[in-house]
Design a binder for this molecule. Structure first.
Ligand code: ADP
Ligand code: MG
Length: 377
């Protein structure tokens, strides 16, 4: 990182920071419903070599972006002025200023091992790397949750993506060896120890390498549907509907909103169930919860697709304890919990099924709960 930075910007950086991607174990599309989620950070990181500047200029370069250095004046940052990948990092500087922090310019060079657009939150990794680096470079004294909310504000308000807070909270607040139990209404989180490998299991990620276009508009429509359903039920958010009251609520809703509500309510219950199993070290019990979560996203929320369904079905046939799509939907990645001894055959089965279906080869890798955003050099 240091040499690359010097080649690009002509001097050595002040330091190097890293922020991870994430895999959500359970709790999908719950963040904007004031609900719960249980992500882990993955060992793939976006690294950021950064150097503070005193002239108010923000210069951005990425080993993954094919363009030249993006050169901006911090004082001119307003939503809409950056339309490339640079909107994510520039948005963080904008969001810090919007929140009243006195921050200036910097030279930033990124290099990432988080696959982009794979549902593993490369965008949050990019933002959180900037947030944590700026926190140090400008001595802001902000904690991880505050940095995460700055990063989310950047994605919403500057990059124009109406996401909830889950991805940024995961990238900023996760710790090695634990899943992060998030409560989006209370704004609190707790670390839940999670070590599948200590119990003879593995957590695999299968990146299908597909991203179907309908994703963007569909997200806003789903979110609006949830908000409308909550309004019709007289609730502040769908989080306030208990599973026991679901049957009574359904007749009060238009038919097309019923499955959305059912997903959110049952998904929040699945998070609670998963957390109680992990607290009791019953890792294998997570399996059926993952699979039930996938069925809910496929049949009720309807954001799965042929490729993610094929991974889940093939993994379960090959003896997985459980599997589900993870992330916003319409492609992306699948997370699989499997016993050690079945993992290799499962990988071969998934790859073979993709070949038979004529899909491009998926990327398979093992993950374990990794640390959140931090300074590394
Ligand atoms: P995800 O967050 O699931 O990976 P998104 O669509 O939210 O998918 O974010 C992907 C976008 O983030 C990319 O199209 C690119 O604009 C930006 N991005 C992520 N990582 C990098 C990187 N290392 N360098 C440049 N841009 C990146
Ligand atoms: Mg993203």
């Amino acid at each position: 990182m240091n040499e690359a930075f010097r080649r690009i910007f002509g001097a050595y950086p002040d330091g190097v920071w890293a922020a991870p991607g994430r895999v959500n174990l359970i709790g999908e599309h719950t963040d904007y419903n004031d609900g719960f989620a249980l992500p882990i950070a993955i060992p793939q990181n976006t690294f950021l070599a950064a150097r503070r500047r005193r002239d108010g200029r923000l210069r951005l370069h990425s080993a993954q972006g094919d363009g030249p250095v993006v050169d901006l004046a911090v004082a001119d940052l307003v939503p809409g002025v950056v339309t490339t990948w640079g909107a994510y990092p520039a948005g963080v500087v904008w969001a810090l200023r919007e929140a009243g922090h006195r921050v200036g310019g910097a030279d930033l060079h990124f290099d990432s091992t988080v696959p982009a657009g794979a549902g593993l939150s490369s965008s949050a990794a990019l933002e959180c790397a900037v947030a944590v680096a700026y926190g140090d470079l400008y001595g802001l004294g902000l904690g991880a949750p505050e940095l995460a909310l700055i990063a989310q504000r950047a994605e919403n308000g500057f990059a124009g993506v109406p996401c909830g807070a889950m991805d940024q909270m995961a990238s900023a607040c996760c710790t090695a060896g634990s899943a992060l139990h998030l409560d989006f209404r209370a704004g609190v989180h707790e670390q839940v120890p999670f070590a599948p490998e200590e119990q003879g299991m593995r957590l695999l990620v299968v990146d299908t390498r597909v991203k179907h276009d309908l994703g963007d508009g569909a997200y806003a429509a789903l979110r609006a549907g949830c908000e409308k359903a909550a309004r019709l039920l007289g609730l502040a958010a769908l989080r306030d509907l208990a599973p026991a009251n679901l049957a009574r609520a359904e007749p009060l809703l238009p038919a097309h909103l019923v499955p959305l509500v059912r997903h959110v309510v049952t998904e929040n219950a699945r998070v609670a169930e998963a957390v109680s199993h992990l607290r009791a070290e019953r890792v294998a019990a997570l399996g059926p919860i993952l699979s039930a979560g996938h069925a809910s996203l496929r049949d009720d929320y309807r954001i799965s697709c042929a490729e993610t369904d094929l991974v889940v079905d093939t993994a379960l046939e090959a003896g997985a304890l459980g599997a589900r799509m993870t992330g916003g939907g319409f492609g992306g990645s699948v997370v699989v919990l499997v016993d050690d001894e079945r993992a290799d055959a499962l990988g071969a089965a998934v790859t073979g099924a993709f070949r038979d279906a004529g899909y491009q080869e998926p990327h398979l890798f093992q993950v374990a709960p990794a640390p959140g955003a931090r300074r590394v050099a």
